[in-house]
Design a protein around this ligand. Structure first.
Ligand SMILES: *Cc1c(COP(=O)(O)O)cnc(C)c1O
Ligand code: SF4
Length: 376
């Protein structure tokens, strides 16, 4: 297969058909560790599917490869921790009609399919993706559109799954068209991992379909700079050239990206392909993912290592999606040290102390404002 074929309609169908989804196929392509073999022996529980594209990026000689750990299960995934929750973000609780989650006042989450090109080992929606592959029926979609139509406060629809971009161009267009027909919908968003795991899917035809439904935003799930292949760069360029603002969502994963150097590098590489870092998520409590979770202190340290040290655009918001359905809660380093007498005492990125006089009635001398450097 040549390069031209790979970026065509045939190219992505070929990638899908050639996915590696069992231990027999995988063990011919990569030498598996005992832990991986043990997990794959339990394949009835742990769905696996790796695109040839993603497999080509994996370091075959290193079981610690950050991409390998996201694609190939290990025996650690068989361990269920007592904190694990089947629906970690409480989405079922806020499901108003089949597939439609309405939690925040002005926006909804529409889960259109449970299919993905690749099944991530840390997937938070594995309660859905681990089930038989299915997409929302037309009847269920119509119910969702009716709900949105009736709720005039909804101005933003986030289409997710599974991976919505795995659907056919026709199906994607039908969903976008139906949402655009609702007058009070201002923006439409798509959450996807396709540009990383199946970049060939971003065809000129798909892009010209998407751009008919502006303003459209796309959030792409990226966890490591090694995921930014030549093909992924081309896919993101095509989307950005079509005027689609691109954002990233990253899951903080132990042993994969829980380190300041790896994260800074990822954020820089994203900006180079015109993807603006949006969220870093603390890893949710999905069953069998305890080995991927790191401390919240690690996440805060990563944000501290970015803020001030690099481009503001390279600093995403670090959030915990509160277990049970509390929604996204921003977790930030503490920059306010105290508030007193109308003054706010703040700490900058270098740990230096400054005073901001908040109360105009209070006169503060210049000496007080510029407290000497190095004072902690
Ligand atoms: C994440 C999420 C959204 C979108 O949140 P933003 O912060 O606006 O990106 C909407 N609904 C649900 C249920 C979500 O989990
Ligand atoms: S692409 Fe998203 S929904 Fe699909 S398996 Fe990965 S994390 Fe889960």
């Amino acid at each position: 297969m040549n390069d031209e074929n790979l970026s065509s309609e045939n190219g992505w169908h070929h990638q899908l058909k050639s996915r590696i989804n069992n231990v027999e196929k995988l063990s011919k392509l990569i030498s598996l560790s005992d832990s991986e073999l043990k997990a794959l022996g339990n394949s009835s529980r742990l769905k696996m599917s790796i695109t040839p594209h993603f497999l080509s990026l994996i370091d075959k000689n290193n079981t610690n490869c950050p991409l390998r750990k996201q694609a190939i299960p290990t025996s650690q995934e068989l361990n269920i921790s007592e904190d694990d929750l089947s629906d970690p973000c409480g989405e079922e609780r806020d499901m108003v009609v089949n597939g439609l989650v309405h939690r925040y006042p002005d926006r909804v989450l529409l889960l259109v399919t449970n299919l993905c090109a690749m099944y991530c080992r840390h997937c938070t929606r594995r309660r859905l993706t681990n089930k038989k592959e299915t997409s929302l029926s037309q009847e269920h979609l119509d119910n969702a559109y009716s709900y949105i139509k009736k709720n005039k406060k909804i101005r933003d629809v986030l289409i997710s799954g599974g991976d919505p971009l795995i659907l056919s161009d026709e199906k994607i267009e039908s969903i976008l068209k139906s949402l655009r027909a609702i007058e009070h919908i201002e923006i439409i968003r798509i959450g996807t991992r396709i540009p990383v795991v199946l970049p060939q899917r971003i065809t000129p035809q798909l892009v010209s379909t998407l751009k008919k439904y502006h303003p459209l935003y796309i959030s792409i799930h990226f966890n490591h700079s090694k995921e930014i292949s030549k093909e992924t760069k081309i896919a993101c360029e095509m989307l950005a050239d079509a005027g689609i603002p691109l954002g990233s969502q990253t899951v903080l994963l132990k042993g994969i990206n829980d380190n300041t150097k790896v994260m800074m590098n990822l954020m820089h590489e994203l900006l180079k392909i015109r993807v603006r870092p949006y969220y870093i998520y603390q890893c949710d409590l999905a069953p069998g993912t305890a080995h991927f979770r790191t401390t919240v202190a690690t996440g805060i340290k990563i944000i501290e290592s970015l803020r001030g040290y690099t481009t503001g655009y390279a600093v995403p918001e670090y959030v915990i999606d509160a277990p049970g359905g509390g929604g996204k809660v921003p977790i930030s380093p503490e920059y306010i040290i105290s508030k007193s007498k109308g003054n706010i005492i703040i700490k900058n990125w270098k740990n230096e102390i400054y005073v901001y006089p908040e109360n105009k009635q209070t006169r503060v001398s210049r000496e007080e404002i510029f407290i000497e450097k190095g004072v902690r």
